[in-house]
Ligand binder design. Structure first.
Ligand code: EMZ
Length: 386
């Protein structure tokens, strides 16, 4: 099997019951697996809520023990959600601006040139993490040099090598954001902190805690997800040099190819909700105050929606994937993530002839009933110049 292959562990459960289950830190989750059901649950924000009392409970694995700050707009329900989303949305669309894309192109050229000079490198730490952190300086609109510190934190802000949820590590991020907010209060600039601090929602200034909530989401939500998307793309093009060649020859399929890679990798496996009333999901009773999750990764392999769902079809015509979520809370960082992928693939086609995987260690998520490959803990790759 090619090393860039990502099998679908959910097939049987999806086809037989439509549901899976997971005992996440003694707070069980019923995982919704089918495309239609996932969309239905994501749409029904009244019954399946994001903004409940217990902050961090909708994330799987649950973050209730490592986080008190509500992530905004991610953990706020309609109607309040809309005012927050409307406030941040234009800022998160800046990746569509030409100037942003020019700077991002410089960053991508930088990591690819480094890779070509070295010839061989470990992609997660030395390529994807660097690219993700440097690109984040553009999203926050702060100096490039700040990314050195974030790179030193490693790939996941809430996780260390052997603990899924590492409270001490999370505190590094929270303390850092607190300090940056204080700096922005003392010295306002053109960055995301200052924009938020100067903003009002429903006639009221955002509190420091709310600003922190937006920033934690920006740092955490787009970190391992982007790192996985980038690393997995490198692995894929290393295994399939003819696909890289095809993008070189047919740049018009680039956007379609990106959506397909994102569908296939589904960098975020699932997202939870808290149930607000006794109800049914896939003909199974679910109790009020229990948890469900919408398993994007499973929905994205649903054969009822995607023909040859387990293959990467770079020019797949119809691709209603749910890798960026669905409905009210669809991914705020999607524009930024798509630009990273677009520029990455473009520069790869311009500079890289081929890549070879020398060695790798897969990152397998333990979901109780299922085991899912989500990316790599490490992957050594040789880059060959065009
Ligand atoms: C949360 C989540 C958001 C969570 C888009 O997903 O990403 C996870 O990686 C974080 O741990 O806190 O931000």
């Amino acid at each position: 099997m090619k090393r860039s292959t990502f099998p679908d562990p959910f097939k049987k459960a999806r086809e037989n019951k439509g549901l899976g289950k997971m005992n996440d830190q003694n707070d069980p989750v019923k995982m919704v697996l089918g495309h239609k059901d996932v969309r239905r649950c994501a749409h029904n924000w009244k019954t399946f809520q994001s903004g409940g009392e217990e902050v961090g409970r909708i994330v799987v694995p649950s973050e209730v023990h490592i986080r008190d700050t509500r992530q905004i707009p991610f953990e706020v329900d309609p109607p309040e959600h809309k005012s927050y989303r409307d406030l941040v949305e234009p800022w998160f669309k800046r990746p569509l601006e030409r100037d942003y894309q020019i700077k991002l192109t410089d960053i991508v050229n930088g990591v690819i040139d480094e890779a070509l000079e070295k010839g061989k490198l470990e992609v997660v730490e030395e390529f994807s993490l660097k690219l993700q952190s440097r690109a984040l300086t553009l999203l926050l609109n702060i100096p490039y040099e700040e990314s050195d510190l974030w790179i030193s934190w490693g790939t996941h802000v809430f996780r260390s090598e052997d603990t899924a949820l590492d409270g001490d590590k999370a505190n590094i991020l929270y303390d850092y954001i607190d300090a940056e907010i204080d700096k922005a209060i003392a010295n306002p600039s053109e960055d995301l902190y200052s924009m938020l601090l100067a903003s009002e929602v429903n006639g009221k200034k955002l509190t420091k805690e709310e600003v922190k909530g937006v920033l934690i989401l920006t740092f955490a939500g787009g970190r391992d997800t982007v790192i996985n998307a980038v690393t997995n793309s490198i692995a894929y093009f290393a295994d399939y040099p003819q696909s890289l060649q095809r993008l070189r020859e047919e740049p018009e399929i680039l956007n379609t190819a990106i959506e397909e890679l994102i569908r296939y990798f589904s960098p975020l496996t699932q997202m939870g909700r808290v149930v607000t009333e006794d109800t049914q999901v896939c003909e199974h009773a679910v109790k009020s105050q229990s948890r469900i999750s919408m398993c994007w990764a499973s929905a994205n392999r649903d054969e009822r929606v995607f023909e040859n769902a387990n293959e990467v079809v770079l020019d797949r015509k119809i691709n209603p994937h749910l890798a960026f979520g669905f409905g009210t809370h669809n991914c705020l960082g999607a524009t930024h993530a798509r630009q990273i992928m677009k520029i990455l693939l473009t520069v790869l086609t311009q500079k890289v002839a081929s890549m070879e995987i020398i060695d790798c260690k897969e990152n397998i998520e333990d979901l109780d009933e299922f085991e899912r490959k989500v990316g790599f803990d490490s992957i050594q790759v040789k880059f060959n110049k065009l």
